[in-house]
Ligand binder design. Structure first.
Ligand code: PGA
Length: 255
């Protein structure tokens, strides 16, 4: 599949896999993918499995990501993990503002903005998540909600910082539900996001930035979703816990 921007496919393992289980899964993915370079592939295990997964993917093109991080660099923040701790394991990407954190940890755009800036300052590449709830979509508020999340989460980023950032559009109603946005629904919001980035920043940033789709991505819907002009990859939850499914998603987006 010829795309303007290189696809980036990330597996968000959420609160699944011990270190041993994670190493096994990562090892299998590494084996099945071989030296794939056409797509950027990121594995995001829980913090406790980072070390084991980092070792399992040594000497491969796979990249390591984390699922969250503290907005602070160090100090009295019980239970938190900071950017320096992630970098110690070779983490390069960090998911920020996932809808589950917005919902269960009550994260808001201001906090996500702080985390994004902290990550960038530490040379980590943020994957900033946005997306509407079902009732918001039904009320015709998708663009208003996504636009506000985008503006708030990315406020004050420099051009260089924007180039390092990936956006993930994840309609909340499609996460873990088996309900996928249709390729047209995804494309519509991705185009809106790119348009807003052009307005808020500039055309070059909007053209370069990669926007992933997330929400029940599976091997059999991956190709159609990612062949949409403004869909530049996927953030995969459930299907990333199984090597066959995750590799299937990646391979189905190739020719
Ligand atoms: P899902 O999760 O693929 O299981 O729907 C996506 C996500 O939450 O990132």
């Amino acid at each position: 599949m010829e795309k303007e921007r290189k696809l980036i496919i990330a597996g968000n393992w959420k609160m699944n896999k011990t270190g041993a289980e994670g190493a096994e899964l990562a090892g299998q993915i590494k084996l099945d993918l071989g030296d794939l370079t056409e797509v950027d592939v990121v594995l995001c295990p829980p913090f406790t499995a980072l070390d084991a997964v980092a070792k399992a993917i040594e000497e491969s093109t796979l990249r390591l990501g984390a699922q969250d991080m503290s907005p602070s660099d160090y100090g009295a923040h019980t239970g938190e993990i900071c950017s320096g701790m992630l970098r110690e394991f070779g983490v390069r990407h960090v998911i920020l503002g996932h809808s589950e954190r917005r919902q269960y940890q009550e994260e808001n755009d201001a906090l996500i903005n702080q985390k994004t800036k902290t990550a960038l300052a530490a040379a980590l590449k943020p994957i900033v998540c946005v997306g509407e709830l079902l009732e918001q979509r039904e009320a015709g508020e998708t663009e208003a909600v996504v636009g506000k999340q985008l503006a708030g989460s990315l406020e004050g980023l420099s051009t260089e910082q924007m180039y390092e950032t990936v956006i993930a559009y994840e309609p909340v109603w499609a996460i873990g539900t088996g309900l996928t946005a249709t390729p047209d629904q995804a494309q519509e919001v991705h185009a809106f996001i790119r348009g807003q980035l052009a307005q808020q920043h500039d055309e070059t940033i909007a053209k370069r930035i990669r926007i992933q789709y997330g929400g029940s991505v599976k091997p059999d819907n991956a190709r159609e979703l990612m062949s949409q002009p403004d869909v530049d990859g996927a953030l995969v939850g459930g299907a990333s816990l199984d090597a066959h499914n995750f590799v299937g998603i990646i391979k189905n987006t190739l020719n």
